[in-house]
Design a protein around this ligand. Structure first.
Ligand code: ADP
Length: 252
């Protein structure tokens, strides 16, 4: 297991008292796996990613990445947030080299690494543009390239497609799925969109209302090897959808 949570619990201390976000979370992610996390709004999904990213520490239990307890953010883990968070005053090139600049990599090596990624993923011609000159889908791809540039083994994706309109969202998510597969990354995606989770994942973890506990884990065996767009037309899609829809019912 490249990511492991063992009975992880997290309680936030806030001025208004304690907020119990996660309770007894135990699960593992295998190398190369694409796992989605779905759950009601505010249940603790982002908190779960923060634990794996080393941005929060568990109140009890353990969180391991590559067999080591997580104690701080690590270069093994790349994080892609909801909004692309590109700097508007930097060019696309300036944005995708940011992580490597922070790592202190020599400029020539930075350029070698990002130019190849920009080329491979169709953004080379836009390297000198600013984010405002790109479409939403291209900016998301740029944010992914910035995350990939530092060569993390694990990608944490927190609702990365939520700011996009429906059509763009479908094509960008399929696009990003194929990039992640080609780069042999392990991915953990937080989403509130059941169809998106079914289209992209090997497994789906369903969380309960806050404090989040694991309600169910689904392995999408029938859809293994089927590309994201084709999954939506697959005969097994509706039954997976209905099962997860029922599990997410806030009254249950
Ligand atoms: P989700 O991603 O599922 O919408 P979050 O993980 O963002 O949920 O939040 C889970 C709960 O923890 C929410 O009730 C939220 O208000 C609370 N929370 C998140 N971060 C903090 C924090 N730093 N301090 C106190 N409470 C927090």
């Amino acid at each position: 297991m490249i990511v492991e949570l063992q009975n992880a619990t997290l309680t936030y201390q806030s001025p208004d008292g304690e907020v119990e976000a996660l309770q007894g979370i135990t699960f593992g992610v295998r190398e190369g796996e694409f796992v989605s996390i779905v759950g009601p709004s505010g249940c603790g999904k982002s908190t779960l990613l923060s634990l794996i990213a080393g941005l929060e520490a568990p109140s009890s239990g353990a969180v391991l990445v590559d067999g080591e307890a997580v104690s701080a953010p690590s270069p093994k883990v790349g994080f892609m947030p909801q909004k692309d968070q590109l700097f508007p005053w930097r060019t696309i090139l300036g944005n995708v080299t940011l992580g490597l600049e922070l790592q202190g990599l020599p400029r020539r090596e930075q350029l070698a690494r990002v130019n190849e990624l920009l080329e491979r993923y169709g953004l080379a011609a836009f390297a000198g543009k600013t984010p405002a000159q790109l479409s939403g889908g291209m900016r998301q791809r740029c944010a992914l390239i910035r995350t990939l540039a530092t060569s993390p083994k694990i990608l944490l994706l927190d609702e990365p497609f939520s700011a996009l309109d429906y059509q763009t969202r479908l094509s960008v998510s399929a696009d990003i799925y194929s990039i992640i597969r080609r780069e042999h990354k392990t991915a953990l995606l937080v989403t509130h969109d059941i169809s998106e989770a079914i289209s992209l994942s090997d497994r789906i973890v369903v969380l309960s209302r806050r404090p989040a506990r694991i309600k169910a884990v689904h392995t999408l065996e029938d859809l293994a090897g089927v590309p994201p767009m084709a999954r939506r037309d697959h005969p097994s899609f509706p039954s997976y959808f209905q099962t997860i829809w029922k599990e997410l019912d806030v009254n249950v």
